[in-house]
Design a binder for this molecule. Structure first.
Ligand code: GDP
Length: 401
């Protein structure tokens, strides 16, 4: 799928920077994008995106210093400068894209406020679907972040065609701060969505036996609401050369490093013993992807649609395995629409991606909404406890009215 990424705010900008760096590393042109921020320093921290594709907005209002964690100002700045944003997107070229993907951390100010505004306008102007990849904050980041994320997410679900959620708290390790985990979390995000959004693009190995084209991703996400993604990898069996296993293709290949490495602790893994039935291996991998850690932990049985994608060296891909996996997923989700296919890549690993679309229940979202409600009540109370109250009944007249 050819994707136009827009990174809004700091988290969104870093993610899009990584998506585009991944694309460049692969020598591919499937991804393009721009980044937008109200903070000049955050834009300067971007590594791979050319300066002309970094857009500073809100200069008259916040003078390049950012909006803090005020997402109402973030939304206002985006609305005021929407024409400048759309011109920057048009300049980068949109005629051949399949979808827009807006990335943002929903707990902050710029991306949290700006991304729903941008999604509304993109949908109004272009025919292509508009998806959001939204990062939700861990409760430890504070109630203001939860309040911002809850407001942003509940607006975003009405403005984007689908919001795929990544939960920072589900992915950081115990005892680790969210900030120190950013880099690792971003790699996890970009790996999953990189494989998913790349499906159907022609690789060095041509197209898969069961191609997932962009229309299948679009149809899976059609129901709207929020979605989550599961992922699992396993080592591929080394191909035999002269009766001996050939060296494992772990480096130098087209997609090497993209699927991830087995040592990564956060992933559920399967070891593939040689000679084992290929289709059973694929089913095992897909099960682990769906039952393991999802980008947003949720009750998968409430998903309305799903997409199963198996990426790996052609020798590991198996039509029957993908078909059986699709049936297994279908038995386990609420809806009956399960699409799927394979994607041949040059890698020493096989990966399964399961997109669970339009989820009916996710405890973390309910928790976020609850935290936000408490935070809002706290804000009202603190307004009532006005800082001028102590001067109100002193019977002392001000100098002038
Ligand atoms: P903005 O620049 O005002 O849009 O705010 P940020 O992008 O800094 O958004 C704040 C939220 O995004 C908080 O919940 C942060 O924890 C989260 N965040 C910031 N940077 C990153 C990052 O690099 N990765 C991840 N996963 N989350 C981030």
């Amino acid at each position: 799928m050819r994707v136009f990424f827009i990174g809004f705010g700091q988290a969104g900008g870093k993610l899009v920077d990584m998506f585009l760096a991944q694309d460049r590393k692969l020598g591919s042109t499937s991804f393009r994008g721009i980044v937008i921020n109200t903070a000049r320093t955050d834009l300067m921290g971007i590594k791979h995106i050319p300066m002309e594709d970094r857009l500073l907005i809100g200069q008259t209002m916040v003078k390049g210093h950012g909006v803090g964690t005020d997402n109402v100002t973030g939304a206002k700045v985006a609305a005021d400068e929407i024409d400048t944003i759309i011109s920057a997107i048009d300049r980068r070229g949109t005629h051949d894209i399949d979808a827009f993907v807006v990335c943002a951390g929903l707990g902050g100010g710029t991306g949290s406020g700006g991304s729903p505004v941008l999604c509304r306008h993109l949908k109004r102007i272009y025919r292509e679907p508009v998806y959001a990849v939204g990062v939700i904050p861990a409760p430890e980041e504070g109630r203001l972040y939860s309040l911002n994320a809850a407001r942003s997410l509940s607006t975003l679900v009405n403005e984007a065609d689908n919001v795929i959620v990544f939960d920072n708290s589900a992915w950081k390790n115990d005892g680790e701060s969210v900030k120190s985990a950013y880099e690792r979390l971003n790699e996890e995000i970009v790996r999953r969505f990189g494989v998913l959004f790349r499906a159907g693009e022609v690789s060095k190995y041509g197209v898969g036996e069961m191609v997932v084209d962009s229309s299948e991703i679009i149809n899976t996400l059609r129901g709207g609401g929020i979605s989550s993604v599961g992922y699992a990898i396993s080592e591929a069996i080394p191909t035999m050369k002269g009766g001996k296993p050939a060296a494992k293709k772990d480096s130098g290949g087209l997609l090497s490093g993209i699927l991830g490495k087995k040592e990564k602790k956060s992933e559920p893994h399967v070891d593939i013993a040689s000679g084992e039935d290929k289709s059973a291996k694929i089913i095992g991998l897909v099960r682990r992807a769906m039952l393991g850690r999802l980008t947003l932990p949720c009750d998968y049985s409430t998903a309305e649609r799903a997409l199963v994608l198996v990426a790996g060296p052609p020798s590991e891909l198996d039509r029957k395995g993908v078909e059986k996996s699709k049936s297994w997923v279908e038995e386990n989700i609420a809806g009956v629409e399960v699409r799927g296919g394979d994607y041949p890549v040059d890698s020493g690993y096989v990966a399964a991606v399961v997109l669970l679309a339009t989820i009916g229940d996710a405890p973390r979202i309910r928790e976020l909404m609850e935290l936000a409600k408490e935070a809002k009540e706290e804000v009202v109370k603190s307004r009532e406890r006005s800082h001028t109250a102590m001067f109100d009944d002193g019977g002392v007249d001000p100098l002038f009215e």
